[in-house]
Design a binder for this molecule. Structure first.
Ligand code: BDP
Length: 682
């Protein structure tokens, strides 16, 4: 069905664009029989076969007529065709060009490698079906990030931690699924947005998943890796740091112990015997009760380097997460600030990691809230490879019941200036490796897919998966460009649809923020499952997640002058900007400062009035979104229309609940009335 096909439904949205391509739609010339290239060619064939009167033939030699040529730069040159691309094309890059051969035109998709060819083909498909003329499609493109990886928080029992779209597509009943057809379709979807790595199991590695690195399961992991390989995607596994003890029969997992080191070397050699291009390990260690090097008095560099050494001979990498903090805080003790933890743990280790270790850093210093500042670690690790970690799955952003297009949030993070090497030291340059000359760079995200018909539960949440891929390829694309592309490919080019859905997407993050937790304070959710309002839900608990609201004021004082000193982790002038209440941006005020409720924001409103206004407005805007969606009845696929409407209905009801709980809470705390006399429950 259409929901299942996502943005690969291959329905022509504008007949007119065909004029510029049609001339070429007779022959596809392919020299290579490489698997990635044949998958690319098949995809193009499949796409074009959906166009009326197009009947395309795949041949080996350039004919005496116009044609499409698909191949690597080497294939291209072997054909005696000339273009000057050597210096411009990176391995995963591609060019789409029209080249003359005799008296004919050859529409050429030229890849720096087979993967480049695959991405070039999908670019052509995207252009044709997204309504772009050939002239606008011609280009040379290279990925700005070498690693573009999805993390799946899937467990082998089929459940997905923080999954809101059904069960795992990889695992069932404690085994890997037998039928891999859905995984193949997933690989196609990911290849179409140039994702090149997938971690198939949860970062919290439980007993069963610990065994994925053994002979019992590696043959099955290999089956998955074989499918992904055909689409240019490397397979990675999350590992359990305590594996040598839990499955290896050793008495320790101490990273400096020789037996432990050898045990991991054997594991690596075994894995690569099954999967020669295995990507590497993802590790959550010494975090939220997961085992790690701390148990043995060792640090994170000791732990990561030990694994890196085992993978090094095969070209694998260790992706070590920096989400490490004390999750057993005594809330009565005001001295711990969770926001400081990643920096405090990892900054002292800069320069101590092997060159095939990468630190994977969450965008914010807390945990995927709707609004957070950037983690200061991004400007601080000058001698270490780092990846950005985003969360596509909507744990704190509406759980795929609420519409929340996350690309604007991600762009904010990537466009942030760390000033680490003076002005222009954007986070996107840190994570792609260019700012500090790191060996590896990349963007990673926690996937939002499951076995639901639409993959993502909320059909419009497909835009987040799509957006992640497009943005990690090119962080300079705008949120709007990505949204428009996605809408055209998913719904066609009807202007009314475009004019309805694109603004819904673009406003949705702001709207969600309006009726949930205000001004960067975060949390205020029900503990455990993290859905729905609970203002004090995490206030008196051990997780380090507080807003400190009392009858006088609210917010966390993270200043150096009077607070936790967190602002000092940023470079100047960023540190000063946050430290000073007059320059701290409104939207993050309560993240950095504790203020009285009548404190005036830059907007001119008091904090309390801002809370009331945004909560009323947020609900009104959800209702408007629902109204505009209603206008699409009959204009788009009925199944999608209904599935979205069902969720918008839930969003309307639950947004009201948020509004009323939050407004009432603050009214009771302050006794201050809404200036406009709107309904606030007592
Ligand atoms: C938190 C999630 C938890 C994850 C953890 C992580 O609530 O389920 O295990 O992040 O990233 O946001 O490790």
């Amino acid at each position: 069905g259409r929901m299942y096909d996502c943005w690969l439904r291959y329905e022509l949205c504008d007949e007119k664009v065909l004029d510029s391509y049609e001339d070429y739609f007779k022959y596809i010339v392919v020299k290579s029989n490489d698997r990635i290239i044949s998958n690319a060619v098949n995809e193009l064939k499949k796409a074009l076969s959906n166009i009326k009167d197009v009947d395309i033939e795949i041949i080996e030699n350039i004919p005496k007529s116009n044609c499409i040529f698909i191949g690597t730069l080497d294939d291209f040159k072997a054909e005696g065709l000339k273009v000057d691309l050597e210096r411009e094309l990176k391995s995963e890059g591609f060019a789409l060009k029209v080249v003359k051969k005799d008296n004919h035109n050859v529409l050429s998709i030229i890849g720096g490698s087979e993967k480049g060819v695959l991405y070039g083909v999908f670019h052509l498909i995207r252009s044709i079906f997204g309504g772009k003329s050939l002239k606008d499609a011609l280009c040379i493109e290279n990925p700005q990030n070498d690693f573009r990886i999805l993390n799946h928080w899937d467990n082998m029992d089929g459940s997905i931690e923080r999954g809101y779209a059904g069960k795992s597509i990889f695992f069932k009943d404690n085994r890997i699924v037998q039928d891999l057809s859905r995984i193949k379709d997933y690989a196609r979807l990911l290849a179409s947005i140039a994702v090149n790595g997938v971690v198939i199991n949860n970062v919290n590695v439980h007993q069963q998943e610990t065994k994925l690195i053994t002979d019992e399961f590696l043959p099955d992991v290999k089956r998955i890796a074989d499918v992904f390989r055909g689409y240019g995607i490397k397979t990675y596994l999350s590992i359990n740091f305590a594996s040598p003890v839990e499955i290896g029969g050793l008495s320790t997992a101490d990273p400096l112990d020789d037996e432990v080191k050898n045990w991991w070397k054997d594991v690596a050699s075994k894995i690569y015997s099954y999967i020669p291009d295995f990507g590497g390990f993802l590790v959550k260690a010494d975090s939220e009760f997961r085992p790690g090097p701390f148990t043995y008095g060792r640090n994170h560099a000791d732990g990561a380097n030990m694994l890196a050494e085992a993978l090094k001979p095969y070209g694998g990498i260790v992706i070590w997460r920096t989400f490490v903090y004390n999750c057993m805080v005594d809330w009565r003790d005001r001295s711990t600030d969770r926001a400081k933890a990643a920096y405090d743990n990892f900054k002292p280790l800069d320069g101590k990691f092997m060159d095939n270790v990468v630190l994977q850093i969450k965008n914010g210093p807390m945990d995927f809230q709707i609004r957070e500042p950037i983690t200061p670690l991004f400007g601080a690790m000058e001698k270490t490879n780092v990846f950005m970690e985003f969360q596509i799955t909507q744990e704190y952003t509406g759980q795929q019941k609420h519409l929340c297009y996350l690309v604007p949030l991600w762009k904010e993070a990537l466009d942030f200036d760390t000033f680490a090497k003076g002005e222009g030291s954007f986070v996107k340059k840190v994570v792609n490796g260019s700012l500090f000359g790191a060996k590896y760079g990349g963007i990673v995200a926690v996937a939002n897919v499951g076995d639901s018909e639409s993959w993502t539960g909320h059909p419009l949440a497909q835009s987040n998966l799509y957006g992640f891929g497009r943005l990690s390829w090119n962080p300079d694309l705008s949120s709007r460009e990505i949204a428009e592309e996605w809408v055209r490919l998913t719904f066609g080019c009807d202007e009314d649809v475009l004019k309805t859905v694109v603004p819904m997407l673009l406003e949705s993050r702001e709207i969600y923020e309006e009726y949930t937790s205000p001004l960067g304070i975060g949390w205020m959710v029900n503990p455990g499952h993290h859905y729905g309002p609970n203002v004090d839900g995490y206030e008196y608990s051990h997780w380090g997640t507080y807003h400190y609201a009392d009858f006088r004021g609210i917010g966390v004082d993270r200043t150096v002058a009077t607070g936790t000193g967190y602002t000092a982790q940023y470079k100047e002038p960023v540190a000063k900007m946050y430290e000073n209440i007059d320059t701290c941006p409104d939207e993050l005020l309560l993240f950095f400062h504790h203020v009285p409720y009548d404190h005036k924001l830059k907007s001119g409103k008091t904090v309390i009035q801002h809370i009331y206004d945004t909560h009323f407005e947020g609900v009104e805007r959800v209702e408007k979104m629902r109204e505009s969606w209603m206008k699409l009845n009959g204009k788009i696929d009925d199944e999608i229309f209904k599935a979205v409407l069902e969720r918008l209905d839930i969003q309307v009801v639950d947004a009201k609940e948020w509004r009323d709980v939050v407004n009432t809470y603050f009214y009771r705390k302050t006794g201050i009335k809404d200036e406009y006399g709107r309904k606030i429950y007592e």
